[in-house]
Design a protein around this ligand. Structure first.
Ligand code: SAH
Length: 249
């Protein structure tokens, strides 16, 4: 993709959910060309160290500082890669970088590229069968960047419109109750037999994919390494698989 080895650039890449086979060849080539890797600690830990490569791992929740630091390095001639898990545009660093570009025409002129990756919900859906075979939406259940009332309003609207849903960041130790409230909300709209897939650590040795009915679902089935897929009213089991028919007719 013709990255200039002599000049500064910034690529925001997705490493996929965990399995090295799911890192795209484009991302692998870009990591090989980089001088600096920037990202959240567990994602930077996935990059093999080598001579001449500087690793800048930072804690979560400092996305804007991380974006500005990466842009600063690129503007000084470094070849910088920001790593995200999954896809960098899905609840991840690409949007933070564009936010940092606001009001900075100098940074806007840089060679900046977003390289896609396999997002968690698509890897999880593939493991389960095809629960996202019809219309669906993705909702981040973290209240870091939005109020809980907005999360609940969106879940309600999606359930009432009979979308399948993928929930990212479903449950953390800091906010253990949001997901229980979301389950309660779903129970007021969907029937008890609605299928839900809890896909944990997909693409890693700890992978666990479990499909249960809404009646059987408990908050403890989810943690921060889980993506939860809620089927629509037609989602069903066939053999060991779960799928959503392509037609709503
Ligand atoms: N950019 C990432 C999402 C970052 S938000 C992507 O596109 O996948 C972090 C959330 O993603 C986690 O809380 C979890 O809900 C989901 N997630 C990331 N990796 C996962 C994996 N290997 N298995 C299941 N869920 C995962």
């Amino acid at each position: 993709m013709n990255l200039d080895r002599g000049k500064g650039w910034l690529c925001i890449v997705g490493l996929g959910p965990g399995d090295p086979k799911w890192v795209t060849p484009e991302v692998t080539a870009t990591l090989e060309a980089a001088t600096d890797i920037v990202g959240y600690i567990p994602y930077v830990a996935r990059i093999a160290p080598r001579t001449g490569l500087n690793l800048h791992a930072s804690d979560n929740r400092v996305e804007m500082d991380r974006a500005r630091a990466a842009l600063q390095m690129a503007s000084r001639g470094k070849q910088v890669v920001i790593v995200s898990s999954g896809d960098p545009g899905v609840f991840a660093m690409a949007a933070a970088v564009f936010e940092a570009l606001e009001g900075r025409p100098d940074w806007q002129a840089l060679d900046i590229r977003v390289l896609p990756g396999i997002t968690a919900m698509l890897a999880a859906a593939a493991k389960a069968g095809a629960p996202l075979g019809h219309d669906f939406c993705a909702i981040n259940l973290s209240d870091n960047l939005k109020p809980v009332a907005l999360i609940e309003a969106r879940v309600r609207a999606a359930a009432e419109a009979d979308f399948a849903m993928a929930f990212y960041n479903p449950r953390s130790t800091r906010r253990p109750h949001t997901f229980g409230r979301v389950l309660d909300l779903l129970r007021t709209i969907c029937t008890a037999d609605r299928l839900m897939t809890f896909a944990r650590a997909v693409g890693t040795p700890e992978e666990n994919v479990l499909t249960v009915s809404l009646a059987q679902a408990t908050p403890e089935m989810a943690d921060m390494r889980t993506v939860v897929i809620v089927g629509n009213s037609a989602t069903r089991r066939v053999g060991r698989f779960v799928y959503t028919p392509r037609s709503a007719l």
